[in-house]
Design a binder for this molecule. Structure first.
Ligand SMILES: Cc1ncc(COP(=O)(O)O)c(C=O)c1O
Length: 424
């Protein structure tokens, strides 16, 4: 048979690199994976969740609604609690602007919101700016939907604003600016580099995007992905871009309860300006007409009892400790000519080898690491296909999220031994 029944999108969508990495990890029982973005299993909140679920399911009055379909935009109580929670995080903000719960949408993980926001904004061939490097699953969505990406150089305190301006100028000159819809920014403890964007830079990004809106002919949104915001073990929190005066109309803020509470719940949320809120609400109506109600009730329960805050404080200490263990191991075992980007939160360290040493899936370093039973995420997977530059392939993302302290020490020792062979 010559033709395929699959749609253009069905045929175009490539295999997600994450599946291959996970499969590799699972098929080798002795392998230590420093690749997965999984959270720390031993601290997952089993007791808290059991208690809250028991309370919900004890009486028909609370149990039945939790087991029934809900509302597309999410359970009202959870939307209110989420707005209040975000308000508390942003309290150190520069203005007294408040977040309205009516702008909050509850989604199936923040991943669903990222997908739906792109559905609402982008047609095939449209453009999105991303940090260089960025979250590889986001790149997979772009690939699948035929959306083009342009990378903006990343510095230790956020995107390089001068480079952002150059990229925008270039798009204006080539007549492609009308295709540009958004800048996707992972603003806290970024995946994969651990970088947190300074508030002043968020202000700068919004100002630049605004400057180019006239030439674009429409708003250019800032998609602020704050997935790791609450996994913070060092330094103060930074207000979101929603707190930039005038920013709220242009910021799509996405957050999640996966990382700070439990990925198994896959409850995410977002704050969206109009007309996006309505558009995404309709799209979600077609996707699933509402996130799992029982899980929303669980999250509402842990938020309103204060159990959530206590849990987050506990895991922040836990990740802080694991990050210190990894740092010590890196100092001890990695060659000195590997540059390490350390973070005050999140799950990742970013290691940069000399430029001439490849870390890609087919590289000698990656194959030797596999042979030594240790896995990392090759940096090249985190770079968009951008015709303006060659994809760097000399970096690696190493995670301290799911591995035990013992495995972090052993994994870094194995990886260090591999690197010493190639670098010294
Ligand atoms: C940067 C980033 N954004 C979003 C997500 C999606 O998380 P979830 O759908 O569980 O909220 C992840 C997951 O790893 C992530 O790393």
């Amino acid at each position: 048979m010559k033709t395929s029944a699959l749609s253009v999108l069905g045929r175009r969508t490539g295999p997600p690199p994450i599946s291959w990495l996970m499969q590799t990890a699972l098929s080798r029982p002795k392998l230590i994976s420093l690749a997965a973005g999984f959270t720390d299993s031993p601290t997952l909140p089993i007791d808290i969740s059991r208690g809250v679920l028991n309370r919900i399911l004890r009486s028909p009055k609370t149990g039945r609604p939790a087991l029934q379909y809900g509302i597309t935009t999410g359970e009202t109580n959870l939307r209110r609690l989420t707005a209040r929670h975000l308000q508390k995080l942003d309290a150190a903000g520069v203005t007294s602007q408040s977040h309205s719960w009516k702008q909050v949408m509850i989604t199936g993980g923040s991943q669903q919101l990222l997908y739906m926001a792109l559905e609402a904004l982008c047609d095939e061939g449209d453009l999105v700016l991303v940090e260089d490097p960025t979250y590889f699953v986001f790149l997979s969505i772009l690939q699948s939907r035929g959306i083009r990406a342009r990378g903006v150089r990343l510095e230790r305190d956020g995107p390089d604003l001068a480079h952002l301006e150059t990229v925008l100028q270039r798009l204006k000159k080539s007549g492609e600016l009308p295709r540009l819809k958004a800048f996707y920014l992972i603003s806290y403890f970024q995946n994969p580099t651990g970088v947190t964007t300074r508030f002043e830079k968020k202000r700068g990004i919004l100002k630049l995007l605004k400057q180019f809106e006239r030439a674009a002919g429409h708003p250019i949104y800032l998609m602020e992905d704050a997935a790791y915001r609450e996994l913070r073990f060092n330094g103060p929190d930074i207000p979101s871009a929603l707190m930039v005066p005038g920013g709220a109309g242009r910021v799509i803020y996405t957050g999640t309860y996966s990382k700070p509470y439990a990925p198994g719940t896959r409850v995410g949320f977002g704050l969206l300006p109009e007309p996006l809120f309505t558009s995404v609400q309709r799209i979600k109506g077609n996707h699933d007409f509402g996130t799992a109600n029982l899980l929303q009730q669980l999250l509402a329960g842990v938020l309103e009892t204060g159990l959530y805050d206590r849990h987050v404080a506990k895991i922040e200490r836990r990740y802080g400790r694991k990050a210190r263990v990894m740092k010590q191991a890196l100092t001890k075992h990695f060659p000195p000519n590997v540059e390490i980007w350390e973070s005050g939160g999140g799950l990742y360290f970013w290691a940069r080898l000399p430029r001439n040493i490849s870390t890609g899936v087919k590289s000698k370093v990656f194959q030797a690491a596999l042979k030594n039973n240790v896995l990392y995420v090759p940096g090249e997977l985190c770079y968009a296909d951008d015709p303006a530059r060659r994809k760097p392939d000399h970096e690696m993302r190493i995670s301290f999220g799911s591995a035990s302290e013992e495995n972090i020490r052993e994994g870094i020792k194995r990886l260090g031994a591999v690197l010493r062979k190639f670098l010294l």
